[in-house]
Ligand binder design. Structure first.
Ligand SMILES: Nc1ncnc2c1ncn2[C@@H]1O[C@H](COP(=O)(O)OP(=O)(O)O)[C@@H](O)[C@H]1O
Ligand SMILES: [Mg+2]
Length: 230
């Protein structure tokens, strides 16, 4: 569960990126976070992952209070999250299977757990036959599927995706979004940042719209209403 209470973020150069955001995401939800470029979407994601610190307000992530979390606890908070980015961020010198193994070893998984889990997640994302490929031998959509498998491999409570389809063509984008929907239906909470109106409008999900550092609407089964989006 995620809870932001009157969250403010002012960057060191004085930019006020968030001007009082209150938002609650319950376990099991699928939420689109939409808004124009520069509205503060990535800042919200970075606050949730602990990459940036709030300037004010209260922030709870899966039971951790990020306002007074001890540095030693941050890795445990991060393990409750799977994160996906626009640019995939795979390790180019490792195969698909090695990328996933690396992510599991990083949290101390046993060889037995690794052998069991990897075929399961690769099957889920539809890449069982490509586990020995390197990222450069895969299409963009396939690389994003690997990144989704990696985000899932340690069984997080929640996946947060910052513009996961930003580098993909419309057909690939739709397939990736349908995959995220399926993963959500299997129980993982999903927070997806996008500024692609057509995509949001094809799914009937909760849509939180931000503009200029503030939430301007929050509707279930919502559409992307922001007229100013480019
Ligand atoms: N590290 C940073 N330092 C200063 N300003 C930043 C930094 N990161 C983002 N900003 C500014 O904060 C605002 C919100 O940015 P961001 O959260 O990246 O928006 P979005 O993801 O919606 O495009 C923008 O004005 C952006 O220029
Ligand atoms: Mg962004």
């Amino acid at each position: 569960m995620i809870r932001l209470l009157d969250i403010q973020k002012t960057y060191d150069n004085g930019t006020k990126a968030l001007k009082g955001i209150s938002l609650r995401i319950d376990d099991g939800e699928f939420v689109f976070l939409v808004g124009p470029s520069g509205s503060g979407k990535s800042t919200i994601i970075k606050l949730i992952t602990g990459e940036v610190k709030p300037s004010g307000g209260k922030l709870m992530v899966n039971g951790f209070n990020l306002g007074d979390i001890r540095p030693g606890q941050v890795p445990y908070m991060r393990r409750t999250l799977g994160v996906i980015f626009q640019d995939f961020r795979l390790i180019e010198k490792k195969t698909v299977r090695e990328n996933l193994t690396f992510a599991m070893r990083a949290v101390g998984a046993s060889p037995r757990e690794i052998r069991k889990r990897i075929p399961y997640v690769l099957d889920l994302v539809g890449l069982s036959r490509k586990e020995d490929r390197y990222p450069s031998q895969l299409s963009g959509g396939e690389q994003q599927r690997v990144a989704i498998a990696r985000a899932l491999v340690n069984n997080p409570q929640m996946i947060i995706a910052d513009e996961p389809t930003g580098n993909l063509d419309p057909q690939m984008s739709l397939e990736i979004m349908m995959l995220l929907e399926k993963i959500n239906e299997l129980g993982t909470t999903m927070l997806v940042v996008t500024h692609e109106r057509e995509l949001v409008d094809r799914f009937s999900k909760r849509v939180v719209a931000i503009e200029n550092g503030r939430i301007i609407s929050d509707e279930t089964g919502g559409y992307y209403n922001n007229e100013e989006t480019i």
